[in-house]
Each structure stands twice: as structure tokens, then as C-alpha cells.
Design a protein around this ligand. Structure first.
Ligand code: ZN
Length: 133
């Protein structure tokens, strides 16, 4: 793994959360994207080299809606940049870590992504992501 690519924060109300984080960071978001396949809306902030992704649900079937049924809004996942996502998925599978999807999916920010099962990662939802060429 290369570095932390971004940190994902699950939010109930995107407009409200965007305002809060704009105030905290002292700058505006730079990217807004809906990922229809995941039923989420995302808003990205950049703080130096680091990115913060706010994620909200666009319908009740969204994984974020399900997360917010069980948890308060807040820290949701940590995403790590990888060189070769398929290779990394293969390696982790061999180590006995369950993947939430068998094949890389297209996520926000033009990335190929895969989530690891939090039961196998000390409760931390980890996203692997690889920039698309
Ligand atoms: Zn993410």
C-alpha cells in the first residue's frame, strides 16, 4: 500500500456537513460526485496532500443509509492507495481477509475500489483504491 488516499466520513445531511467542514478547514470543497452504483453522494476536501470524503446516502438501500441506521454520523472508512488493486486483493484474500466485493468496483474520483470486511480488520472499514489510467 502506498499511502492513505482519503478518509471517509458518513454524514446525514450533505449540505450541512459541507458547511461545517468548510468552516473547520477554512476552505471550500473541490469536488462533488454522485456514485449511482453505490447510491451515494460524495464531497471532497483537500488538506495539503490529504483528502477528506464526505459520503451521504441517496436512497435507503445505500450502504451509507445502513451504516447510519446503526451508527451516528462520523468516521466511516480509511482508503489506501494501491499500485495494483487486483494483486492486492489476491494477496489479502490469501491472508484470510474477506473482501466485500470479488472484483474491483468503480468508485468516486475515477478510482477502482474494493472494501475489506471490517470483521477481519479490527473493526476498521478499509477501502483499497487505484487510480484509473
Ligand atoms: Zn472512500
Amino acid at each position: 500500500m502506498k499511502k492513505i488516499e482519503h478518509i471517509g466520513i458518513a454524514v446525514e445531511d450533505m449540505a450541512k456537513a459541507e458547511k461545517i467542514f468548510s468552516t473547520i478547514f477554512g476552505k471550500n470543497a473541490y469536488k462533488w460526485e454522485e456514485v449511482i452504483s453505490e447510491s451515494v453522494k460524495t464531497t471532497f476536501f483537500k488538506i495539503g496532500e490529504s483528502k477528506i470524503e464526505l459520503v451521504s446516502a441517496t436512497n435507503t438501500e445505500s450502504p451509507i443509509a445502513k451504516f447510519l441506521e446503526k451508527n451516528r454520523e462520523g468516521m466511516h472508512h480509511i482508503a489506501f492507495a494501491v499500485e495494483d488493486i487486483e494483486k492486492e486483493m489476491e494477496r489479502l484474500k490469501k491472508e484470510g481477509i474477506r473482501l466485500l466485493n470479488d472484483n474491483p468496483k468503480t468508485g468516486a474520483d475515477n478510482k477502482l475500489i474494493c472494501f475489506l470486511h471490517p470483521k477481519d480488520t479490527a473493526g476498521v472499514l478499509i477501502e483499497l483504491c487505484q487510480g484509473k489510467a
